[in-house]
Write a protein of this length. Structure first.
Length: 258
């Protein structure tokens, strides 16, 4: 592996849902690239395990990571997070909006209202609150980047009956990210991308597909280097979808005329 460039070493990267799965793999990949990782997750113990692993990767670095034990449903805390990052660094170089919840797979008319609200709060509202809180910090970066983890079900809900809350929330996240990309395109150096990981060997996938052999799936660390690339200063695309299963960059299309 090539040594991290000085530019990579100086980057401050926030990863949500960093304690497991895609978020953990991304946090470790950013640490290997030399970035300072701000790792956000609900579970203090899992974050401390991640911190131990990052420190093992960077034994000569006194402070390779900052741990943020926080529930994304605590939206006021997300506002305070932006203020804390501003006071410490005055900028944020990359945001990886990875954290998400599946909810219970169920017919729409059986979905519990509280669970509906929870899926919305984590998958949709929290990402908007993060943008609201962190946008000034991303704009203060010489190359602010944001990558949000979406799902193929966002555009193909017709193939996933009973996934209503999750599919709806990811479709809403797509719209949020594309709107943010349009708003930052000509007014900043911020670039915004969506990432579809496809089926990976994660706990969420196991919950959604309990009969599936996880060993037939690619692990999250296969995707992580691409997330690092998308969040690098060299990445210039914005408002597009990176599809990991096909390793392709996709543009969103307008609906066909009636």
């Amino acid at each position: 592996m090539n040594a991290p460039s000085q530019q990579e070493k100086s980057r401050i990267v926030l990863v949500t849902g960093a304690s497991r799965g895609i978020g953990r793999a991304a946090a470790l990949a950013f640490a290997r690239a030399g970035a300072h990782v701000v790792a956000l997750a609900r579970t203090q113990g899992a974050l401390e395990d991640l911190d131990d692993e990052i420190r093992a990767l960077r034994p000569d670095d006194d402070s390779p990571a900052t741990l943020v034990p926080l529930d994304l449903r605590d939206h006021a805390a997300l506002d305070r997070l932006g203020e804390a990052l501003y006071r410490r660094w005055g900028r944020l170089d990359a945001l990886v909006g990875n954290a998400g919840v599946l909810g219970t797979l169920s017919p729409l008319h059986h979905v519990d209202p509280k669970e509906w609200d929870d899926v919305l709060a984590v998958n949709v509202t929290a990402n908007w609150r993060l943008i609201r809180s962190l946008d000034p910090l991303l704009r203060a970066s010489a190359a602010g980047r944001a990558a949000f983890i979406t799902s193929g079900v966002a555009s193909r809900a017709d193939l996933r009956a009973y996934w209503g809350p999750y599919a709806m929330s990811k479709a809403a996240l797509d719209a949020i990210a594309r709107t943010y990309a349009a708003e930052t395109l000509n007014t900043s150096n911020v670039r915004v991308m969506l990432v579809n990981p496809g089926p990976l060997r994660t706990l969420m996938r196991a919950k959604a597909m309990p009969g599936e052999d996880p060993q037939t799936l690619r692990p999250p660390h296969d995707l992580a280097p691409k997330i690092v690339e998308i969040c690098s200063p060299d990445w210039t695309e914005t408002g597009k979808l990176y599809d990991f299963p096909t390793d392709s960059l996709l543009s969103f299309r307008a609906p066909a005329p009636l």
